[in-house]
Design a protein around this ligand. Structure first.
Ligand SMILES: C[S@@+](CC[C@H](N)C(=O)[O-])C[C@H]1O[C@@H](n2cnc3c(N)ncnc32)[C@H](O)[C@@H]1O
Length: 522
């Protein structure tokens, strides 16, 4: 699996007559289009690849309903499927008919569509997709539910809405948090913004949003990291949580790069590694003679696309406050590094294109950085992190002062935003993904300089990809120290190595895992 939801196999039935979205014909009623979209997802298409074609095929007035119908059906998918099995006298095998009924159930149970409209339009939809023989069945089931929606809603809400294998694994990993976690995963996630602090402050942008009648709260994440030979070094990052999801083109100055949409917990990566690097530089600058000081800092973003964390890091480096070019020493700002070389790799060319587009919007492309005389050299390369060598022709493999490994993962921590994951992922994906992560780690670790940091990040909530992966890694290598986060962190749950955020609280961020490692010797 290479990213959140685009390339996985799926275990959904494949006997539908309707073909996936490459030749998905977007015509018919809104419900028919949503049903076809859901069939395409069950056939292996990701939500992100089919959502825009669906919405673009509709009149503006229908887009909101279609979006809510599709996303809510996906979020409640497995619970609806279980409910459906209790509603029919005989098993319903046809995936088109099951999908249509699930779309009907969502209207009755979650979207408060008037009964007559929900039932009539859904029965018409099943005829339109050429399964008219099931119209009586669809009608009967939906009428039964419409007689007592609160009873059926209760039944549907009772358990999780996940495939059983995933629910089972979460019970193993998070027995204490299991109920809250599985319920949290079937809710919509809040929308968070990251403000480009190289341009302006978070508070100022909140004020600007206020002027545009967009309500947002400041949310600060704070933490300490226990670096060797130093007392806990504190770090913090502040995001904005919108009260209501808003289209990006409605956000003031979005096109000019003032803000980006980024989950709150994803906003931890750049500050963690930047803080560790600044502390390291600060310690080195007080120890070393002038001629021993390193002049260039070489940083790798190993799985960089579409560039969210890379852009955040560039924003931090280019803003005066958190710059790596000037480190604090005895409360004085000391010039340390004259150049930062940032290499970003990803193995998917189309996703690399998205890095370029995103950086251009944020005025952080190599061209912009040069124009602004930032002394940052940015190289973006399409390469496989399991084999790529950053040393090129250099003799020594030890190239990087810091590596951000935002690893490919099962993305189980972002199911709220990508509910198609619960249809597309299979149990086998966990093992395969963990192997890929280990391959990447083994290829990159030898390329980290002694004293350098590697920040391992996933948006998974499965221990096999996170703390267990780190434990295996630390058993294999003897030259690694796990840096501890302080106990007063206001995010995540302490693990034996690293911290795990769980998407439990409806106002908080996604299920990210963070572990900061330092290389202790060659
Ligand atoms: C979690 S996403 C990275 C998100 C990115 N860091 C950000 O903040 O926007 C993981 C990325 O790993 C990439 N990837 C998967 N396998 C890879 C490999 N073997 N080598 C390099 N990149 C890989 C995927 O294409 C995907 O873009």
């Amino acid at each position: 699996m290479r990213n959140t939801s685009s390339t996985s196999k799926n275990n959904a039935p494949r006997n539908n007559k309707l073909k996936p979205s490459s030749n998905l014909i977007m015509n018919g009623s809104v419900r028919v289009r949503v049903i076809r979209t859901l069939l395409a997802i069950q056939n292996g298409q990701s939500l992100s690849s089919v959502l825009d074609p669906l919405l673009n095929s509709l009149h503006d007035g229908d887009k909101g309903f279609a979006h809510a119908l599709l996303l809510t059906t996906l979020r409640q998918w497995h619970a609806l499927a279980r409910l459906l099995d209790t509603l029919a006298d005989n098993p319903i095998d046809e995936v088109e008919v099951r999908t249509t009924i699930q779309v009907g159930l969502v209207q009755l149970l979650y979207l408060e569509v008037a009964d007559h409209a929900a039932i009539h339009e859904t029965v018409e939809a099943v005829k339109e997709i050429e399964f008219a023989h099931a119209s009586g069945l669809v009608n009967a089931i939906l009428r039964k539910v419409a007689k007592n929606p609160s009873k059926f809603r209760k039944k549907c809400d009772k358990k999780h809405s996940l495939p059983n294998w995933l629910a089972y694994q979460l019970k193993q990993d998070w027995s204490e948090q299991y109920d809250e976690l599985t319920q949290g995963l079937r809710q919509a996630a809040p929308m968070f913004l990251r403000v480009n602090t190289a341009i302006g402050s978070v508070e100022d942008y909140q004020h600007t949003l206020d002027g545009a009648e967009i309500d947002a709260d400041l949310v600060e994440l704070t933490s300490g990291i226990h670096l060797p030979n130093a007392s806990a070094t504190t770090l913090s990052t502040t995001g904005l949580r919108l009260h209501q999801s808003t289209a990006v083109n409605a956000l003031p100055h979005f096109a000019e790069g003032v803000a980006s949409v980024q989950d709150l917990h994803a906003q931890l990566a750049a500050p963690i590694i930047n803080t560790a690097l600044m502390a390291k530089l600060s310690a080195e600058s007080s120890d070393a003679n002038d001629d021993e000081k390193s002049d260039e800092l070489h940083i790798l973003d190993a799985c960089a696309a579409p560039g969210g964390k890379l852009a955040h890091w560039l924003e931090l480096i280019s803003s005066n406050e958190s710059s790596l070019f000037h480190v604090k020493q005895n409360d004085e700002s000391v010039s340390m590094v004259s150049k930062v070389k940032l290499t970003a790799i990803d193995n998917e060319a189309p996703r690399i294109e998205r890095i370029h587009t995103n950086l251009q919007r944020l005025n952080l492309s190599q061209h912009d950085l040069q124009q602004a005389e930032k002394n940052i050299e940015l190289n973006i390369v399409c390469a496989d992190a399991t084999t790529w060598q950053g040393a090129g022709k250099k003799k020594s493999k030890l190239v990087f002062d810091a590596i951000l490994l935002d690893s490919p993962c099962t993305a189980t921590g972002v199911i709220r935003r990508h509910p198609d994951i619960s249809i597309l992922r299979t149990e086998e994906d966990i093992e395969q993904t963990a192997l890929l992560q280990a391959d990447i780690l083994h290829n990159l670790w030898p390329q980290l300089k002694v004293g350098g940091y590697l920040l391992y990040v996933t948006c998974s909530i499965l221990k096999q990809e996170n703390v267990d992966q780190m434990q295996d890694f630390m058993t294999y290598y003897t030259n690694v120290a796990a840096i501890e986060f302080s106990d007063d962190c206001n995010w995540g749950i302490a693990q034996t190595i690293g911290r795990q955020c769980l998407p439990i609280d409806g106002t908080s961020g996604d299920g990210f895992y963070y572990a900061l490692l330092q290389k202790t010797s060659e």
